[in-house]
Design a protein around this ligand. Structure first.
Ligand SMILES: Nc1nc2c(c(=O)[nH]1)N[C@H]1C(S)=C(S)[C@@H](COP(=O)(O)O)O[C@H]1N2
Ligand SMILES: [Mo]
Length: 336
């Protein structure tokens, strides 16, 4: 077997995380009482969800995921990111801005009952309850690359259905040009929403947007599961968006609202740092982030030192054939 030798000068995610925010987070988490000894211990057991006390007794029970029926994906040529990594290395600032925090702080998240509304410029507004999310559409497996703007990536076997199937049911009017997505706002359950530093300075609820033709593209998925089961809360239970050719921040989690509108909406990361994060956020190795290169990425596979492969980033994350036509005649440097 070929062993890849890691490059000494390869980046890690701390290199590409804003140094100031990083230092702030460090001091903050040192001060934070409730992630004391228990939190540190849990951090050392990264693949396990739940919180453990000093004697390794579980004090918070892990969220229960359920197996799903679905149509298996045909092909996959890439090494999947192990499930334990997918569910323990997360960005979900509502549950803390550090990668290990969502898996620790989201285990008591309530997904039942749930309501997802499709409203705005549609002829038939829809509300889906928790059971509808799993029964109104055929669930299929989609193995997609997820490329975070911070230059790490994973390969994840999602379960879900095309967003287009849902939008067609709602029947967008002629005025509908964009789609706005919103995450649940519930500071009682999501500690980052009421604590600016835990929540990374974001103004909540987290919102995202797509152009209608992007939303209708067959690759655009509403995901209700991964690795054969319902989503764990840290990955956006009970339902989240997955847009594989865009940076991960577009793939908004724990959705409660999908609204069709006339004008391009604001999106969370663009509002927070407009020079660094755009509306389009198409994966593009030629357009660097102001503070780091986007030409390559760290593919997270089995997680050992020797498998942290640095690979080239592909235009549209390797999905150019399916989506490049959406942007012809557009200056992707201006519309980053
Ligand atoms: N509501 C919400 N959605 C979110 C985020 C977030 O902080 N809040 N983080 C985004 C970012 S930056 C990434 S990379 C992906 C990570 O998804 P994963 O944790 O399932 O891998 O979720 C995206 N969706
Ligand atoms: Mo991300």
């Amino acid at each position: 077997m070929l062993i890849k030798i890691p490059q000494v000068n390869s980046l890690n995610e701390n290199d590409v995380t804003d140094e100031v925010i990083y230092q702030q987070r460090r001091t903050f988490f040192k001060k934070l009482g409730f992630v004391g000894a228990a939190g540190l211990l849990a951090q050392s057991q990264k693949s396990q969800a739940g919180i453990f006390d000093f004697f390794n007794k579980e004090v918070v029970k892990p969220f229960q995921v359920k197996p799903l029926n679905y149509k298996k994906a045909h092909h996959n040529t890439e090494v999947l990111t192990p499930e334990a990594k997918v569910t323990s290395h997360n960005n979900f600032y509502e549950f803390g801005a550090k990668k290990h925090q969502p898996a620790q702080l989201a285990q008591n998240f309530k997904v039942e009952p749930w309501a997802l509304t499709i409203s705005g410029e549609v002829k038939k507004p829809i509300t889906l309850d928790y059971d509808d999310l799993f029964s109104c559409f055929d669930i299929e497996e989609r193995i997609y690359r997820l490329r975070c703007v911070e230059a790490w990536s994973m390969v994840i076997p999602w379960l879900g259905f095309p967003l287009a199937s849902l939008l067609k049911k709602a029947q967008p009017t002629a005025k509908a040009k964009y789609v706005v997505f919103e995450t649940l706002y519930d500071p009682k359950q999501m500690p980052g929403q009421s604590n600016r530093r835990l929540g990374g300075g974001i103004t909540y609820p987290y919102v995202e947007g797509l152009r209608l033709d992007e939303a209708m593209n067959p690759l655009t998925l509403l995901s209700v599961g991964l690795y054969g089961k319902t989503l764990p809360p840290q990955n956006g239970a009970p339902i989240r968006l997955v847009v594989p050719w865009k940076y991960g921040f577009k793939s908004i989690k724990s959705l409660v609202s999908i609204k069709l509108v006339e004008k391009q909406p604001a999106n969370t990361w663009h509002v927070l740092m407009p020079k660094e994060y755009g509306f389009y956020a198409n994966v593009n190795p030629k357009v660097d982030h102001p503070r780091w290169s986007q030409a390559s990425e760290r593919r997270i596979t089995s997680g050992g030192l020797f498998t942290q492969n640095r690979i080239k980033t592909l235009p549209f994350n390797g999905y150019a054939e399916q989506v490049a036509h959406l942007y012809k005649n557009m200056d992707l440097r201006a519309y980053f």
